[in-house]
Design a protein around this ligand. Structure first.
Ligand SMILES: *Cc1c(COP(=O)(O)O)cnc(C)c1O
Length: 229
C-alpha cells in the first residue's frame, strides 16, 4: 500500500467509527512519525496529511528543518524541564503538559519568544505507573486555576494514552474518563477551552472515537513498525 492508500484507509475507518455512534463533527488525524525519517513525513504531507506528532525534542531537532512549511508539528511525549526552551522554539503545540511546574516553564519560555503555545493537558487515565499525566484532581485543578496567570500558554483540551491491553471495556473506560474530566472541567472553568480530546492510537482509535476523541494519533498504521535498535 502507498502512503496515500494508508491515509485513505485510516480516514475511512475514522468515518466508520463516527457513523457507528452518530457523530458528524471532525476528528483530526495526527501522524506520529517518531523513529521514521523526514522523507516519510514529506510523503505524508504530499498525500494530504498536515498534522504530525513526535515524542522527543532531540529527535525533532535532528529530523526537522528549522523552517517547516505546510504542516503542524506537536510534541506528544513527556517533556523534561531542561528541554523546555528547545521544545517551545521548535514545535507548534505541546500536547503533553503533565504538571503545573511544566506549564509554568513552558509559559515563561513562550513569553520570552513573544509566543503563545497551544497546549493539551495529559491525564494518566489508566493509572499505569510507567505513564505520565495527571492522576490527581487537586493538582490538576491547581493548574487550571493558575492558567489565567500563564499568558504564554493556551489550553485547548486534554490528552491521554489508553491502557496497554486489548480489552475493549478497559480501554473504553479510560477514554470515557478523559471525556468526563473534560465535561466537568468545562462546567467549572467555562473560560477555558476543553474542545480537543486527543486520544486513540493505531490499536484503539475506533474505540476512542466512539468515546468522543477529536484527535487520533496514528503511528504504526501509517508509517509501519518502529525499529528502536
Ligand atoms: C507512539 C505514540 C503514538 C502512536 O502509536 P501507534 O500505536 O504506533 O499508533 C501515539 N501517541 C503517543 C503519545 C505516542 O508516543
Amino acid at each position: 500500500m502507498t502512503m496515500r492508500d494508508r491515509i485513505d484507509v485510516i480516514r475511512e475507518s475514522i468515518e466508520a467509527a463516527k457513523l457507528k455512534c452518530g457523530r458528524t463533527d471532525t476528528v483530526h488525524l495526527m501522524g506520529v512519525s517518531k523513529t521514521h525519517p523526514y522523507d516519510a513525513v514529506c510523503e505524508a504531507v504530499s498525500s494530504g496529511l498536515f498534522l504530525f506528532g513526535e515524542n522527543r525534542v532531540q529527535e525533532i531537532q535532528k529530523k526537522f528543518p528549522d523552517n517547516r512549511n505546510g504542516f503542524e508539528l506537536h510534541l506528544i511525549g513527556h517533556l523534561q524541564s531542561n528541554k523546555v526552551k528547545k521544545a517551545v522554539a521548535s514545535v507548534d503545540a505541546i500536547d503533553s503538559i503533565d504538571s503545573l511546574r511544566l506549564a509554568t516553564l513552558v509559559s515563561n519560555e513562550a513569553e520570552k519568544l513573544g509566543k503563545v503555545i497551544p497546549v493539551l493537558i495529559e491525564w494518566n487515565t489508566s493509572e499505569e505507573e510507567s505513564k505520565s499525566g495527571f492522576s490527581d484532581f487537586s493538582e490538576y485543578l491547581m493548574l487550571l486555576e493558575a492558567s489565567a496567570q500563564l499568558p504564554g500558554i493556551e489550553i485547548n483540551g486534554l490528552m491521554t494514552i489508553g491502557p496497554l491491553t486489548e480489552n475493549e471495556t478497559q480501554v473504553r473506560t479510560a477514554f470515557a474518563k478523559l471525556r468526563e474530566i473534560g465535561e466537568k472541567s468545562k462546567q467549572k472553568f467555562p473560560n477555558i477551552d476543553f474542545s480537543t480530546l486527543s486520544m486513540g492510537m493505531s490499536q484503539d482509535y475506533h474505540w476512542a472515537i466512539q468515546e468522543g476523541s477529536t484527535m487520533v494519533r496514528i503511528g504504526t498504521a501509517l508509517f509501519g513498525g518502529r525499529d528502536y535498535s
